[in-house]
Design a protein around this ligand. Structure first.
Ligand code: SF4
Length: 246
């Protein structure tokens, strides 16, 4: 019989992953690469503009078996360049590490979409990742306004620092809903990101049709002007159409 210690020390296996969705082919989730995307279930934050609300609970009755994902990927060897782990928040699940290792052993590049809420876990997996799309939401002090979680900014910005220090390829990206990220807050965010050393930054207008927060959902952002980052020399790209989902 297992005692409490042996259960606590159990090494996570890729089979343990709770997978909420699988996209066999995409061209937009890892820039320049033909990719499959594995959506991992669960996220502890509740951003008002979240578009993937069905992936927020930690468990689902419709989880997809890891084995079936691997079988699909086996058939796509030579056709796909990369496999991206998205969510939810993929770093929530400790089994991400062995899963990344298995995907690399199959010969695929690995991509990750993360909001960086688990810096210690991110640090461990960074050597197994080729590219990260990092969802940076606000300047540190403004995080709670978006995530609804105290001190979420500390965790996210620690992870952002780890990404830049690691030297892996990255893109920082921010979804802008003007009701929660006005121009002052956006400028504060860009200033902090620039000071950290970030060089690839994409800002995207929020697609309100699927927002978690009912008030944000009913607010039109169609006529909102492209952002102007005042008093800061910072290169960024602005997408007024849907380019990625948060
Ligand atoms: S936007 Fe990302 S971090 Fe925020 S609640 Fe949704 S999945 Fe979680």
């Amino acid at each position: 019989m297992q005692n409490a210690n042996s259960i606590q020390n159990k090494e996570p296996k890729a089979n343990d992953l709770v997978i909420g969705g699988f996209t066999p082919l995409t061209t937009i989730d890892y820039p320049g690469q033909l990719s499959a995307v594995i959506f991992l279930q669960g996220c502890p934050w509740r951003c008002g503009y979240c578009q993937n609300t069905e992936l927020l609970p930690r468990k689902t009755g419709n989880a997809i078996a890891w084995k079936s994902v691997i079988e699909k990927l086996e058939k796509r060897r030579g056709l796909l360049d990369a496999v991206v782990f998205s969510g939810g928040e993929p770093t929530l699940q400790p089994a991400l590490l062995p899963a990344l290792q298995e995907i690399r052993d199959m010969g695929f590049k690995t991509g990750l979409h993360s909001a960086g809420m688990y810096p210690a876990r991110l640090k461990k997996i960074l050597p197994l990742i080729d590219w990260i799309g990092f969802d940076i939401k606000a300047a540190k002090q403004d995080y709670e306004i978006i995530t609804g979680v105290k001190n979420s900014g500390e965790k996210a910005w620690e992870s952002a620092r780890l990404v830049i220090q690691s030297g892996i390829d990255y893109e920082f990206r921010t979804t802008v809903h003007p009701h929660i990220l006005n121009s002052e807050r956006l400028t504060a965010l860009a200033r902090e990101l620039s000071a950290l050393g970030a060089r690839k930054y994409v800002i995207q207008k929020c697609n309100t049709s699927h927002c978690l927060d009912a008030e944000l959902k009913t607010t039109s952002v169609e006529n909102s002007a492209p952002p102007v980052l005042e008093g800061i020399d910072f290169q960024f790209e602005y997408l007024s159409h849907r380019g990625f989902e948060f």
